[in-house]
Write a protein that binds this ligand. Structure first.
Ligand SMILES: Cc1cc2nc3c(=O)[nH]c(=O)nc-3n(C[C@H](O)[C@H](O)[C@H](O)COP(=O)(O)OP(=O)(O)OC[C@H]3O[C@@H](n4cnc5c(N)ncnc54)[C@H](O)[C@@H]3O)c2cc1C
Length: 311
């Protein structure tokens, strides 16, 4: 811990600076970070890579009295398999996700989504935890995490909560995270064999593009690759929070791919989403595109299964 927050506030008053002096903490341990949060709560802002936060801060979207920087907490930077789950620390960068052999092997949709974020600089600094807590409907990792049934581990000085991703988001930039809590880990069940995935991001250009719409489709097949056991269709930028279109699962489970009507499934996605008009695209455009990319994703998974299902 670099300085006591109280001392900083005193010196801030004494020096009468025009730009308020910033309290800054960079602990090495999670416990220390939680102690700081429990003491200062709303007065202090948690900073990870700063790629969202500093843009918002320079635009003066909020006042900040102090910073709690997570950069020195090495325990938050690990990706590891623990029995039948994958544990990803909240400070894991997009570049780490993109390059991890385990993430590529078990969660290709997540790895591809990470590789589509911003630019190399943004992927080196930006973190999975920041993408989640920032809770932009256009956050690229959110739909993939939901499609892999992610849970988020939240810690405070007094409790620990494990919350499914779909229950974490309340609206644009709004989550259930309390000011005394940190997101410390993202936990994913290891997918069963014969799980296939497809990631599609539509944006205005290939690099440095905020998504107009994203789709993460993850399908688990039976061992013989013939029948759908589970299917999760999650989208971003089509509602105030990332969403799963649960009706698709009901339509797909228990069927082979040649029994599926891709156009009907695309239409369900189009009907179930409620996008808005904004600078990246109109509501109608997003609805049309959602249908098309759903069909494309089904075709891609069909061929990834070896086309064996269409015999
Ligand atoms: C040029 C540019 C391009 C971008 N392109 C994309 C893109 O293509 N796709 C995309 O999804 N995003 C994009 N972003 C947004 C941003 O890079 C990502 O959302 C990134 O993942 C944010 O992570 P961070 O570590 O920088 O978060 P920060 O900015 O440090 O924090 C974001 C928010 O999360 C909170 N927070 C962070 N970590 C924790 C934690 N562990 N516990 C509690 N609270 C926490 C912070 O208090 C803050 O409110 C872009 C940003 C820029 C500037």
């Amino acid at each position: 811990m670099e300085e006591s927050f109280g001392d900083l506030k005193k010196s801030q008053k004494m020096h009468q600076r025009t730009i308020p002096y910033q309290g800054y903490f960079a602990p090495q341990q999670i416990e220390e970070a939680l102690e700081i949060l429990s003491k200062y709560g709303k007065e202090i802002k948690v900073i990870a890579g700063g790629t969202d936060l500093l843009v918002q801060y320079y635009d003066r979207l909020y006042e900040v009295n102090g910073w709690l920087d997570l950069r020195n907490i090495s325990r938050l930077k690990n990706i590891r398999i623990n029995k039948n789950i994958m544990e990803i620390g909240a400070m894991v960068s997009h570049a780490q996700l993109e390059n991890s052999e385990d993430i590529k092997k078990y969660y290709p949709v997540l790895s591809q989504a990470a590789s589509d974020i911003g630019s190399p600089q943004i992927r080196n600094r930006g973190t999975i935890g920041g993408n989640i807590v920032n809770a932009s409907p256009a956050g690229d990792l959110l739909a993939p995490l939901m499609s892999y049934k992610a849970k988020f581990k939240l810690l405070s000085g007094k409790d620990e909560t494990l919350i499914p991703a779909e229950n974490f988001f309340l609206g644009p930039k709004k989550t259930i995270l309390r000011p005394d809590q940190l997101l410390v880990q993202i936990i994913l069940p290891l997918p069963k064999k014969n799980t296939y995935g497809c990631w599609i991001k539509i944006g205005k250009r290939r690099a440095l593009s905020i998504a107009t719409i994203t789709l993460a489709l993850v399908v688990e097949m039976t061992e013989d690759n013939k029948i759908v056991k589970d299917a999760r269709t999650c989208l971003g930028s089509v509602a105030p929070t990332p969403i799963e279109v649960k009706e698709i699962r009901k339509k797909m489970v228990g069927k082979s791919f040649n029994q599926l009507d891709f156009a009907e499934l695309g239409q369900i996605v189009e009907d179930k989403i409620s996008p808005i008009d904004d600078i990246r695209g109109t509501r109608e455009y997003r609805k049309d595109v959602a249908k098309e990319i759903m069909i494309n994703a089904l075709e891609e998974i069909d061929s990834a299964c070896g086309g064996c299902i269409n015999e």
